[in-house]
Design a protein around this ligand. Structure first.
Ligand SMILES: Cc1cc2nc3c(=O)[nH]c(=O)nc-3n(C[C@H](O)[C@H](O)[C@H](O)COP(=O)(O)OP(=O)(O)OC[C@H]3O[C@@H](n4cnc5c(N)ncnc54)[C@H](O)[C@@H]3O)c2cc1C
Ligand SMILES: Cc1cc2nc3c(=O)[nH]c(=O)nc-3n(C[C@H](O)[C@H](O)[C@H](O)COP(=O)(O)O)c2cc1C
Length: 642
């Protein structure tokens, strides 16, 4: 019987990785040999030789049916024309689980494509394609539980009983993170660095670098070098101004970052800046309270003890995993909680409850947590936690008998995840005097706020932090995501559709053309907001570019709430601009770009373009739909939605 499994995951926001880790955990409880690898760290040329392993692919779908960045190289390999069909992967046995959201048109597109392609190349699927759906009442776990049970039985046989793999009531897994208390700074053998310890609260930049190194030393699986901390750059805030009125439902901030001292010399309009958010409480009282009240540390051979001096607790962290990069790293515990974990905003997943159930002293709390961690309790757990966006801090306030060891907190609490923002400035407009380096990068940030089903007011971690906390000279950790984003070109006509913060990448496009004085090709931009006096972002910029370009750049604005009937960008496209849109598409071969909210805007815009093609191009609806699909195939229709 084959009992080795390799898990390859491709994730953008971490869910696929969580699934991969769950499978690895459940298999290792059964002593099955498992390896866990981010797909960009896997050499795809090994695929034909994987006759001793079953490969499990876990991958999400992002954008409008796009793969996560880490999937691209692997996918390119699979699409190679010289791979003979039916025979290339004859030795491969595989399973695919996809993560997606059925409210998107291209639901789980990547997993579906991958499954088909692996079969086409001769691979043998050991189970039908598994799909997780954000829309399911218990999230992606809804599709995962049953699928995994079937997978385990198919691969490992019926002795792989569910009771054995799901939930440990009396026995704890081995925690891959190791933590030991360092009594004095620099104490402990084999310790390479004490940077994190020497930093105080006034030196957050170096502290954060220290935590990144600590995080590297806790890594248990192979990830590509692109994912490690060294790629982050420290950028100082030059300007942070609110560009909406007080009455606006959603605040939007224009933030300018000083890029003069980084080695990121250039970028292309359309690329995005990835930002590491800061825990809302940073290193304030809340972190110390959490450590003091709910977390325990090893006390030599005497089990665990409460943390007495959370402010000054210094720990050495390392991993018992297989990563070759592993080394021990010394850091203040409060920095690890503040800069590595998201304990004050994100919701923990079911493994967190499983581990906490083990450490709960109160029998009622234990029972409730065991229920949350069980497949039967998934929906309740989802309602309690994800739907309500309940944080780790809120959890500990309710489950007071749980005293969690620090290493487990570091392993199972949600990690701070980077957020992406479309760059809204033009690179060439901000080049230094000799034109070799871009000095300024701006982003346009909408503050996320919403109420939960139980009417609790919640706000987005990164956008709230940036809008409310960042002052001039504060530091943001960020990196430009190269070769991603919308493909800008210096020439050619364009139709740009960017309501709300969707305007950000198009401001960059348009200002870049202006900066290069390229006004030969027409640009028609559709911007949408609620009211002229509330959230009419970059109004002055649009007026200026229309003037400079002498009409070759035109900005049409849809104010949705200025009149009785709501008017959106799609209405403007279909309405007065219909002929102009068709002329640009059919005669000027314009490229169409759509950016902004992922709700139903991209679908409504697509319908509007289809209607324009039908009306002005004399097509029926089906032909117009096909026409747009062809534009997409010819790389003339792009969507970036979030
Ligand atoms: C390629 C790309 C480009 C982007 N460009 C921009 C940009 O230019 N400007 C910009 O502002 N953002 C942009 N974003 C979005 C941005 O990355 C963040 O997702 C956004 O700022 C929210 O992050 P946050 O940390 O504030 O919120 P989080 O703490 O991450 O919370 C957001 C999450 O909370 C939940 N949530 C939020 N609102 C609601 C609601 N009303 N009801 C229920 N649940 C809700 C959702 O689960 C949502 O995913 C972009 C995203 C991508 C992928
Ligand atoms: C900006 C964005 C775009 C998305 N686009 C799609 C999509 O086109 N199709 C789909 O099935 N799911 C889509 N999703 C849903 C994700 O696939 C889903 O949330 C998944 O759990 C994310 O997994 P990850 O964290 O491993 O990346 C999208 C999610 C976001 C945030």
């Amino acid at each position: 019987m084959l009992v080795n499994m390799k898990i390859l995951y491709a994730t953008e926001t971490g869910n696929a990785r969580d699934v991969a880790e769950r499978v690895a955990r459940e298999c290792s409880r059964q002593s099955i040999k498992i390896s866990l690898t981010s797909i960009d760290a896997y050499d795809a040329r090994q695929l034909p030789k994987e006759d001793k392993n079953i490969l499990l692919f876990v991958c999400s779908t992002m954008g409008q049916g796009d793969p996560p960045k880490s999937f691209e190289k692997f996918w390119k390999f699979l699409l190679k024309k010289n791979l003979p069909l039916s025979t290339s992967l004859l030795n491969l046995k595989f399973a695919v689980f996809g993560l997606g959201d059925s409210s998107y048109e291209k639901y789980n597109f990547v997993a579906k494509k991958l499954f088909r392609r692996l079969e086409q190349l001769g691979g043998e699927s050991v189970i039908e394609l598994g799909l997780g759906d954000d829309q399911h009442f218990s999230g992606y776990d809804g599709g995962l539980d049953q699928w995994l049970e079937t997978l385990y039985v198919k691969i490992f046989g019926s002795e792989f009983y569910r009771e054995k793999i799901i939930g440990f009531k009396d026995k704890l897994d081995v925690c891959p993170v190791e933590v030991s208390v360092v009594v004095r700074d620099g104490d402990g053998d084999g310790v390479g660095s004490v940077d994190g310890v020497n930093d105080d609260d006034d030196a957050p930049v170096e502290t954060r670098r220290g935590v990144m190194r600590a995080v590297d030393s806790m890594a248990t699986e192979e990830v590509s070098d692109d994912n490690n901390g060294t790629y982050w750059r420290a950028l100082k805030v030059m300007k942070n101004e609110c560009c909406t009125s007080e009455s606006a439902v959603r605040q939007v901030h224009h933030i300018e970052l000083d890029n003069r001292y980084t080695d990121v010399h250039d970028f292309s309009p359309g690329e995005v800046l990835e930002v590491l958010p800061c825990s809302r409480s940073a290193i304030g009282r809340e972190v110390l309270d959490l450590l003091t009240n709910s977390i325990v540390v090893k006390d030599g051979d005497n089990g665990y003890r409460a943390i007495l001096d959370a402010e000054n607790l210094v720990v050495s962290v390392s991993s018992s995993g297989s990563s070759s990069k592993n080394s021990r790293y010394i850091c203040r515990a409060k920095y690890l909680v503040a800069y590595f974990l998201d304990c004050f905003s994100a919701s923990p997943r079911s493994y967190f409850f499983e581990v906490c159930a083990y450490f709960a002293k109160d029998p009622l709390e234990k029972e409730k947590l065991q229920h949350f961690a069980s497949p039967e309790g998934r929906a309740d757990c989802y309602q309690y936690c994800q739907r309500e966006r309940r944080s780790v801090k809120e959890f500990f306030e309710e489950f007071t008998s749980v005293k969690l060891p620090l290493e487990w907190l570091l392993h199972v609490a949600p990690k701070l995840k980077p957020r992406q923002f479309s760059i809204s400035s033009s690179p060439s407009q901000h080049k230094n005097s000799d034109g070799t380096h871009v000095d300024l990068i701006s982003i346009t940030v909408a503050v996320a706020k919403w109420t939960t089903p139980l009417k609790r007011l919640r706000s987005g971690l990164c956008s709230t932090w940036m809008a409310e906390k960042l002052r001039t000279s504060d530091v943001v950790y960020a990196r430009v995501v190269k070769n991603g984003g919308l493909p800008y070109s210096h020439t050619g006509s364009m139709i740009l559709i960017g309501p709300g913060t969707g305007a950000a990448p198009f401001r960059s496009f348009i200002l870049e053309r202006c900066s290069r004085r390229n006004f030969d090709d027409k640009i028609l931009m559709f911007f949408g907001c609620r009211r002229k006096a509330e959230d009419n972002l970059y109004e002055t910029d649009w007026e200026n570019v229309e003037k400079w370009s002498q009409g070759n750049i035109k900005v049409v604005t849809a104010f949705s709430r200025e009149q009785e009937n709501k008017v959106y960008v799609q209405d403007k496209i279909r309405g007065d601009s219909s002929k102009e849109v068709w002329d640009l598409i059919s005669r000027c071969e314009a490229k169409i770009f759509v950016a902004g909210s992922s709700e139903d805007m991209p679908a409504r815009v697509r319908e509007a373009i289809r209607d324009v093609c039908a009306k002005e191009g004399g097509m029926d609806k089906e032909s117009a739909t096909r026409y747009i699909a062809e534009l997409e195939a010819k790389k003339r229709y792009f969507v970036e939605a979030w």
